[in-house]
Design a protein around this ligand. Structure first.
Ligand SMILES: C[S@@+](CC[C@H](N)C(=O)[O-])C[C@H]1O[C@@H](n2cnc3c(N)ncnc32)[C@H](O)[C@@H]1O
Length: 343
């Protein structure tokens, strides 16, 4: 899914002026006014701006604040302040809030920004984001749009994350996974894509996502990640913090017991898949629907099918509940419950 089409068309008109050599200062306020007047740019509660997406109900950021969200949901939980020369993959980098926040907390970051929409990158040049590190990102975006090839500290990949991941060098200590919601666009939430990301991460690397979706967390488990839950910011459910191999000083917080059971033994836990990294969202959803039906059939055959309601209430075989009482992390619990399930 992309940002709103009306917004893209408006930004494109102003971008043409930039491409003809006009100074951005000459028109950037008009661009912002134009976007606001069309209701496709939104001022969030911390005073920073975000765009409306193709689906009008979903914004690119939470209304509590675009910059606030980036700092509280991504930068602080990643612990990058305490990592020496962190290497970051900023997936769906958009306007660049997460990269700006990362640089604000650690100037020694090396960042690969991946974004498929040129107009969103350009919009960053026209906004005022109250961290001076915005200038670093602005300069890099400007150079990139003027044809400068990637440098060593901040690189921009203007393409689908599924293509970018194949060629990126890797070694990431931190991955910001900031795609639109999996309910509306699942392409970056599949087992297959997340496996590729996993391979490109440093051994102690961490992936952060605002999403707490069950099929996404299930995909993370299948891709090899250790699940942990961060504190909720501006919503009821906590963010997802997924480790490749967490160092002993990292606190692993279990996801809720209900979510563990849903992932492990219910059809809701069937993850998104995209074996050749080329399915559309609709194809991913359709394949998952079929896999859920097949899974339910197999569970019924072996007499281990539980309705989602029963799973949520914990009205399941005691062996599953006993596993949940063990001193393990959520990924270990889920894998053990699946062993007992026997599928
Ligand atoms: C929720 S917004 C992320 C906001 C962003 N982190 C920021 O600081 O502005 C999602 C972004 O992902 C981009 N996007 C959507 N699908 C993508 C894909 N398959 N690969 C790369 N970028 C994608 C959209 O254009 C949009 O800018």
């Amino acid at each position: 899914m992309l940002p709103n089409k009306v917004a893209i068309d408006i930004i494109r008109r102003y971008m043409a002026r930039f491409e003809k050599g006009e100074d951005i200062e000459e028109f950037r306020r008009d661009l912002i006014k134009d976007l606001l007047n069309h209701g496709v740019l939104v001022k969030t509660e911390d005073g920073t701006y975000t765009l409306v997406s193709e689906c009008k109900e979903e914004l690119m950021h939470s209304r509590i604040g675009a910059l606030k969200e980036s700092v509280e949901k991504f930068v602080i939980p990643s612990n990058l302040k305490h990592i020496k020369n962190p290497k970051i993959l900023d997936l769906c980098s958009g306007i660049g809030y997460n990269s700006i926040g990362a640089l604000h907390y650690n100037r020694n970051c090396k960042i690969d920004m991946v974004e498929c929409c040129k107009e969103v990158l350009f919009l960053s040049l026209c906004l005022d984001i109250p961290y001076e590190e915005h200038n670093i990102i602005k300069n890099r975006i400007k150079d990139f749009l003027e044809g400068d090839v990637n440098r060593s500290t901040i690189n921009i990949y203007l393409e689908d994350g599924r293509n970018a991941i194949k060629k990126l060098e890797g070694g990431y200590n931190v991955v910001f996974h900031d795609a639109f919601s999996p309910q509306r666009d699942a392409v970056l939430y599949t087992v297959d894509f997340l496996r590729k990301v996993y391979k490109k991460m440093d051994d102690n690397g961490v992936l952060i996502s605002y999403s707490s979706s069950i099929p996404f967390r299930s995909a993370l488990v299948e891709a090899g990640f250790i699940l942990s839950e961060g504190h909720p910011v501006g919503r009821r459910r906590g963010i997802t913090i997924a480790y490749k191999n967490p160092s002993p000083d990292r606190k692993i917080r279990r996801i809720s017991p209900t979510d563990e059971r849903l992932i492990a033994i219910s059809t809701v836990g069937i993850p998104y898949r995209d074996p050749n990294l080329n399915f559309t969202h609709e194809e991913i959803v359709e394949h998952r629907k079929l896999e859920r039906m097949e899974f339910k059939k197999r569970l019924l055959e072996i007499g281990r099918y539980y309705s989602t309601k029963k799973v949520k209430l914990g009205k399941v075989d005691k062996r599953f509940l006993n596993i949940q009482r063990l001193d393990l992390n959520s990924t270990q619990v889920i894998l053990k419950m699946r062993e007992v399930l026997g599928i």
